[in-house]
Design a protein around this ligand. Structure first.
Ligand SMILES: Cc1cc2nc3c(=O)[nH]c(=O)nc-3n(C[C@H](O)[C@H](O)[C@H](O)COP(=O)(O)OP(=O)(O)OC[C@H]3O[C@@H](n4cnc5c(N)ncnc54)[C@H](O)[C@@H]3O)c2cc1C
Length: 496
């Protein structure tokens, strides 16, 4: 349904001048507010297939709600795009009027980069469609899809591509930052399976980019984030996976952390590519799979997904399942899509979150002792330190195969805090995250994952993230977005 758009009537509700207003204030590219004629806004709204939303319109509040409830931002306008044409019109409007633009996919970015205060937000979340091409083994995905949408559509055919650990995450932001999950050890970063994109660039052109067309742009899109335009379609290569996998979680009391960490190191160092293990320490949640007597007590757990044959999985997981005295073991043969959403409830929308992360080259040299020591004394019900095992297919590619780089990463370490709005312990938790990060940083490869950066990380961290690929990203940026229109992101500045 097409929205009727009457900016004067809406502004009468929003301003003390009401219908006499002839301009609307929107933050410009330089951060200063600009007065944009109402007629120009009207023309934008009239030409859209999706609605243009003002702050008290139905749907506006919903579109400003982020996964990280700590971040509150209020755009002046939200375009809820329905088509590539809506995107072209919106990009033209913000470019011609010199306005600040943010792009919203799934709204899961921890730094809240989906929104911009006082600017224009292009909300892509209603553009949802997936076409699975069984002959070519490809999925063409619209930019509003979340991970679960893609897995459900592809797993019907026993196919999948590498996506992340929480099914509600937006596919667009995850892919553009690189992407990893249960299948990255078999197939690489998500962008290693990216075959093609359709993108609207700053000049309003609708381009296709792939390994054989606009190759420089395609290279940059494989990890360079939302810096180069608005992606309106992603095409992923698919692989046979499941649909049944051996997966779940096993947890031990934290008192067994020493031996469990040693076991984790041993198993991951020789694990087949079909096996992905994430390890975490936290206080046990009051979940049905944890015995009541263990609720709130410190545990160490492994999240497990083996996508090989069921017989092989049983063998590969035997040493883990036989280890010590677990408080819970819910590893079982299950649907891959069920595993993909197993952790969703642990990351609810709207809580306050703060993370720090580093890539690690390995688990030697005292990193595991440091890991364990940092957890001791943590009393929060939800703070955790997680190690994700990577390596495998990620390491097969050259460092400059796509902008993501970080090909030597064997593990990603994420220290995370979560608390509800109003909890006075929030500041203390942030300090805990920062201290643990400080202790673990010396073990880093020197790289970090761009998609895990919080709002207080600066350009230096972005450079650290891309390292040797950063200057090439600046050159591609200069070609496709010389005025840095796309800057509400982990920004790459244009450089010739
Ligand atoms: C609970 C949770 C679990 C996660 N797990 C993983 C994981 O397992 N693996 C992993 O790799 N990452 C993971 N992430 C990180 C995730 O990849 C990022 O948060 C990512 O930004 C989410 O994408 P989104 O579309 O939801 O982002 P949004 O917040 O909507 O957007 C973030 C940025 O992406 C860009 N963007 C979005 N859509 C477009 C588009 N169509 N065109 C151009 N640019 C666009 C923009 O720059 C935007 O500012 C996780 C995040 C959360 C919150």
């Amino acid at each position: 349904m097409r929205a009727t758009f009457d900016p004067l009537a809406r502004m009468a509700r929003h301003t003390k001048w009401g219908a006499q207003m002839t301009a609307i204030r929107i933050v410009g590219l330089n951060g200063e507010p600009r007065d944009i004629p109402v007629a120009a806004v009207t023309a934008l709204g009239d030409g859209l297939e999706g609605p243009l939303l003002y702050p008290d319109d139905e749907g506006f509040a919903e579109a400003t709600r982020l996964w990280n409830g700590l971040i509150k931002k209020q755009p002046a306008l939200i375009v809820s795009a329905r088509t590539t044409r809506d995107v072209v019109r919106t990009v033209g409007f913000v470019r011609d009027n010199g306005l600040q633009l943010s792009i919203r996919g799934g709204g899961h970015n921890i730094a809240g980069l989906a929104l911009c205060d006082g600017g224009v937000t292009l909300d892509m979340s209603k553009m949802k469609s997936i076409e699975v091409d069984l002959d070519a083994r490809l999925a063409r995905v619209a930019p509003g899809c979340i991970l679960g949408d893609i897995d459900r559509a592809t797993q019907v055919h026993g196919l999948a591509t590498t996506l992340g650990f929480v099914s509600e995450t937006g596919a667009a932001g995850l892919t553009l930052g690189g992407g990893f999950g249960y299948l990255s050890r078999r197939f690489g970063w998500t962008v290693d399976d990216l075959e093609e994109v359709e993108i609207v660039t700053a000049d309003g052109a609708v381009l296709r980019a792939s390994r054989s067309e606009n190759e420089d742009l395609f290279w940059a899109l494989r990890g360079g984030g939302g810096n180069f335009g608005v992606v309106t379609e992603f095409t992923y290569r698919l692989h046979e996976v499941g649909p049944q996998v051996t997966a779940g979680l096993i947890a031990w009391p934290a008192a067994e952390a020493g031996s469990v960490l040693d076991l984790y190191r041993t198993v991951t160092e020789s694990a087949p590519r079909e096996l992905t293990l994430a390890l975490l320490m936290r206080n046990a949640p009051p979940a049905p799979w944890v015995p009541e007597t263990a609720h709130g007590t410190p545990i160490i757990a492994m999240v497990v997904c083996h996508s090989g044959s069921l017989e092989q999985a049983e063998k590969d997981l035997a040493s883990i399942r036989a280890h010590g005295e677990p408080v819970a073991d819910i590893i079982q043969v299950k649907e891959y899509v069920a595993q993909q959403s197993m952790l969703d409830a642990t990351q609810p929308n709207g809580m306050h979150y703060y993370w720090k992360s580093e890539f690690l080259p390995g688990l030697g040299g005292g990193v595991l002792d440091t890991y364990r020591a940092q957890f001791i004394g943590n009393e929060s019900p939800a703070n955790q330190i997680v190690l994700f095992h990577l390596a495998g297919a990620i390491n097969d590619h050259a460092e400059n195969d796509g902008a993501i780089g970080n090909r030597e990463a064997a593990y990603a370490c994420v220290i995370s805090a979560m608390w509800p709005e109003g909890d006075p312990a929030g500041d203390e938790y942030r300090t805990w995250v920062r201290n643990a990060w400080g202790a673990l940083k010396p073990y880093s490869t020197g790289g970090n994952y761009i998609n895990f950066q919080t709002e207080d990380e600066d350009d230096r961290r972005t450079e650290e993230s891309y390292r040797g690929n950063h200057s090439r990203l600046e050159t591609v940026k200069a070609k496709y977005d010389p005025s840095n229109l796309f800057r509400v992101n982990r920004n790459i500045r244009p450089h010739d």
